[in-house]
Ligand binder design. Structure first.
Ligand code: PBG
Length: 322
């Protein structure tokens, strides 16, 4: 029915009708808060490009996680800054590594919190790449072996879910098999399935001290131009046993989130990454945008595109409003 029978504005007249016909809702249950854990005691160092986010020692982390639980946020994802870095990222899969100790502490002090771990080597290697370097490039299969070790050590420490973010081929299958044979068939895997080689990870690399010392990540992370390839990556990770698939970053890849949800109908996570967060904070600090409005609009767009879960540095800010 065209105008004047149909008047789209009728239902926009009041907040009541707007509320009644609102299609998309953010829920606190959708949120995962990323956190950075570092060695030390009483350490709480703000990450300058990510206001409100800190590198925290384990004692500070546990306190922060109590607040997160009180806000109703169901889960955190942990990133570790190790004591020492080396060629092979040894601390990533050491049973007394920073993440393993953090998980143990969290399970003791805030057992109700769901703990997801990022499984990758870039924070732990001296060269900052996500795997073992052979002839100047990351060696796929040798890296997969280490990712399997890392996943197992996280789970032994008490992680509830592992999230491999390295983009090596075949790692989901290898990790699934290792978890199953190790007695951890109940532990889900969230695959960073469509992870693009993105400039939006800049602030994270400051936070996690994980910038590559030579070259870039183009030989393993995806070309931002490719959508069909993202679908193939997701299909493969699902075949290999991923329980949830992630698209990362979120905002420049809303089309990918939409396609993945439509095509596979599986739980989809989206990572609202550090650069996306930093841009909003920076513009708001300059008084150029209204931070709360823009934040809500961005998170809603990720949800509307089809994401079930959103990993976001805004989780703590927005949770009390939901
Ligand atoms: C590890 C990893 C990265 C991010 C999450 N896991 C960095 C990278 O790939 O360089 C980025 C998250 C963010 O920017 O918020 N590989």
């Amino acid at each position: 029915m065209p105008f004047p029978i149909t008047r789209m504005r009728r239902l926009r007249q009041s907040e009541t009708t707007r509320r009644m016909v609102r299609e998309t809702h953010l829920r606190v249950d959708d949120l995962v808060m990323p956190l950075f854990v570092a060695p030390g005691q009483g350490l709480k160092t703000e990450i300058s490009s990510m206001p409100g986010n800190h590198q925290m020692s384990i004692d500070v982390l546990t306190e922060s996680c109590k607040e997160i639980v009180d806000l109703g946020i169901p889960a955190v994802i942990l990133f570790g800054i190790p004591e020492q870095k080396d060629e092979h990222g040894t601390e990533a899969y050491h049973d007394h590594g920073i993440i393993q100790r953090a998980i143990c502490a969290l399970k003791e002090t805030v057992p109700e919190l769901y703990v997801i771990t990022d499984v990758c080597l870039c924070e732990y290697t001296s060269h900052g790449h996500c795997g073992v370097i052979v002839d100047g490039d990351v060696h796929n299969d040798q890296t997969v072996d280490l990712l399997v070790k890392e996943s197992l050590s996280h789970v032994r420490a008490g992680a509830d879910m592992v999230a491999p973010s390295d983009m090596m081929d075949g790692r989901i299958g290898a990790i699934r098999t290792a978890l199953d044979t190790g007695g951890y068939s109940h532990i889900p895997i969230m695959a960073y399935a469509a992870k693009f080689c993105s400039g939006f990870y800049g602030p994270f690399r400051e936070a996690a001290e994980s910038a590559p010392q030579f070259g870039d990540r183009r030989s393993y992370q995806m070309d931002p131009a490719n959508g069909d390839e993202a679908i193939r990556e997701v299909a493969l990770d699902l075949e290999e046993g991923a329980d949830l698939v992630m698209v990362k970053p979120a905002l420049s890849y809303l089309d990918i989130i939409y396609r993945v949800k439509q095509e596979f109908g599986v739980p989809v996570a989206a990572y609202n990454v550090s650069g996306e967060f930093a841009m909003v904070k920076a513009a708001a600090q300059n008084g150029w945008i209204d931070e709360d409005r823009v934040r809500d609009e961005l998170l809603l767009s990720i949800k509307r595109a089809g994401a079930d879960l959103i990993l976001t540095y805004f989780a703590r800010d927005i949770a009390p409003l939901l």
